[in-house]
Design a binder for this molecule. Structure first.
Ligand code: NAD
Length: 333
């Protein structure tokens, strides 16, 4: 039986990955600062631990595992990453995790390690035109990401790649582009655009307005979680180290993303543009390399993935309303 260790197993992608690895018959141990928020973990063993602490890493990142998936990071949506308020924590916390993990992986002779990097590493000047962003892997240098989050990721890519060159660590690096789906954070302040807009639409009544940060013409692509997991596993089981894009090429403006959600919800609302952190003006995955090297491409359209995500978030919004009214009733009683 393959033994897998998932770091960041309480997070959105980590929790889904644990379930997929269990379905595939692996023994899975997960580590995180917290349990998954919206479901029980399927891991055989789940440790609450802080990977910034080298002793925690040394205790759990051990040679008994055939493979390690490193997804733990201080992470959030635009409101968290681009406001500037969390810059030091993002760099320091995630940097420490990756330095500790590579150190232990080298010492323990880990055979196979996956690192989740991000499309946020790409230079900001290549992403000024919303209709023609350039996110080819080869465009990453000279580096000039638009956020400290992106700088930490490109630094850590280099930490993993140098561990590979100097110590023979077998690494696989994916640059994820906006992964979304059910069981992701939707009202914590760390939610990303698809979850935030699904929540706003679920809360809206017909004829009300939906707030959008910026003019809404900024473009992105969004990858449904099941496609993301297919890509991660294909990359991990290949002999390709990357870094490689794992994203969707179905680019959409934030205004149009909102319209896709409204259509699925069968609601009408006006879009109200307000000031807010928006990141770069354009970003889209470029999948030539990933198709060529590991034969992966996404299968789930934006409309289909958004439908599944909206239905789950709408349920959460309803559940919250019920919980709130029960606690008000109890308070009144
Ligand atoms: P997430 O925030 O849901 O998961 C990250 C997990 O790491 C969290 O559960 C968090 O508690 C855990 N963590 C943070 N600090 C830790 C510490 N010191 N010790 C132990 N655990 C710690 O994020 P996600 O969306 O699941 O993303 C997973 C990975 O993929 C992250 O590295 C992220 O940067 C990367 N990524 C995600 C996306 C996306 O769209 N979701 C895009 C690009 C890159």
């Amino acid at each position: 039986m393959i033994k897998s260790l998932v770091l960041g197993a309480g997070g959105f992608i980590g929790n889904h990955l644990v379930s997929r690895l269990k379905q595939n018959g692996h023994f899975v141990k997960g580590i995180d600062l917290k349990h998954p928020e919206f479901s029980e973990t399927s891991a055989d063993e789940f440790i609450i631990g802080d990977l910034r602490d080298p002793r925690i890493c040394a205790e759990h990142v051990t040679s008994e595992f055939d493979e390690v998936y490193q997804l733990a990071a201080d992470m959030g949506g635009a409101g968290y990453l681009f406001s500037g308020e969390n810059d030091f924590n993002v760099m320091h916390n995630s940097g420490m995790i990756n330095l500790n993990v590579t150190d232990c992986a080298i010492k323990q002779g880990i055979k196979n390690i996956f690192f989740s990097s991000s499309a946020c590493i790409y230079p900001k000047e290549n992403q000024l035109d919303p209709l023609n962003p350039n996110c080819e892997e080869s465009s990453a240098y000279p580096a000039d990401p638009d956020s400290e989050y992106g700088w930490e990721k490109i630094f850590s890519e280099r930490v993993y790649l140098s561990a590979m060159r100097n110590y023979g660590l077998n690494v696989h690096i994916a640059r994820f582009h906006n992964v979304y789906g059910p069981f992701g954070t939707w009202n914590s302040g760390k939610e990303k655009a698809p979850a935030a807009l699904c929540r706003k639409v679920a809360e809206a009544t017909n004829g009300s307005s939906i707030e959008i940060w910026g003019d809404g013409e900024q473009t992105r692509s969004f990858l449904y979680i099941d496609d993301c997991l297919d890509g991660v596993l294909k990359l991990m089981n290949s002999d390709f180290e990357g870094p490689v894009n794992i994203g969707s090429e179905e680019m959409v403006s934030i205004n149009n993303l909102c319209k896709v959600i409204l259509k699925h919800a069968n609601k009408e609302a006006t879009l109200h543009h307000i000031e807010g952190p928006i990141g770069v003006m354009g970003r889209n995955s470029e999948n030539s390399l990933v198709k060529e090297r590991i034969g992966w491409e996404p299968k789930i359209s934006l409309a289909e993935g958004i439908g599944k995500t909206y239905d789950w978030i709408a349920q959460q919004v309803d559940k919250n309303k019920v919980d709130l009214s029960v606690s008000v009733e109890k308070g009144n009683g």
